[in-house]
Design a protein around this ligand. Structure first.
Ligand code: FE2
Ligand code: FE2
Length: 219
């Protein structure tokens, strides 16, 4: 099929699957124990640093100028998110200086993405899919912040972070249109996207079981 057809279908499949990450039934969670905006923002710092680093690693291992600059833009945005979230944490009473979100190591999604070597897999997994997941998770997080009465954090996500993540998804779409042009490339892209979604679901299930977290913001 054409790249246009492939990307359109992949996007539609994602929307169907992402509804599973979109727990409408649990959107009125009991906010108890450790499920606080501050703790969720600490999870967000880890996601932002991982997203920054993946994009930075990928930008130095491609010769395609458009791909290089797309990853550079993403790395810059994710680093900006990190700083804005750290600033917000300080306003909320948590000093993120000296806090190392990756002190316990990188997560499974980072490790999977880091192993991807072809551009078509990277843009399918790291941008087109991961960023579509981020948009869904950030919307849930914004609702969580609204319910918790945290206008400042909700506004930061609504006005800056969520639109940036959406833009990263669109960068992924534009590059997929250029790279997913053969049956082989489309198959690799499909597999990488599916694995990313599966990992996101696993991570979400683990977080839900461990801490009742289903709103942790994404990148
Ligand atoms: Fe981000
Ligand atoms: Fe992003």
């Amino acid at each position: 099929m054409t790249a246009e057809e492939f990307v359109r279908r992949l996007g539609e499949e994602h929307q169907t699957l992402l509804k599973r990450l979109d727990p409408a039934a649990t959107l009125t969670p009991e906010v108890s124990g450790d499920l606080t905006v501050v703790n969720l923002l600490k999870v967000a710092l880890k996601n932002e640093i991982e997203a920054t680093e993946i994009a930075a690693r990928w930008l130095v291992t491609t010769d395609d100028v458009d791909v290089k600059m797309a990853f550079a833009r993403q790395a810059g945005d994710e680093a900006k998110h990190y700083r804005m979230i750290a600033d917000r944490l300080r306003e909320l009473g948590f000093d993120a200086r000296g806090f190392n979100p990756i002190a316990k190591g990188y997560g499974p999604l980072f490790k999977y993405l880091d192993g991807l070597e072809s551009t078509v897999e990277r843009v399918a997994a790291g941008q087109f899919t991961r960023e579509a997941i981020a948009v869904v998770k950030n919307r849930q997080f914004i609702e969580f912040c609204d319910r918790a009465g945290d206008k400042g954090t909700a506004t930061l996500y609504r006005d800056v972070i969520e639109p940036d993540e959406r833009f990263h998804h669109e960068l992924g779409r534009a590059l997929l249109l250029r790279y997913a042009t053969s049956p082989e490339a489309q198959e690799r892209a499909r597999r990488a996207a599916a694995r990313t979604l599966a990992l996101a679901e696993e991570l979400q299930a683990t977080a839900l079981a461990a801490a009742g977290v289903h709103h942790a913001p994404g990148c």
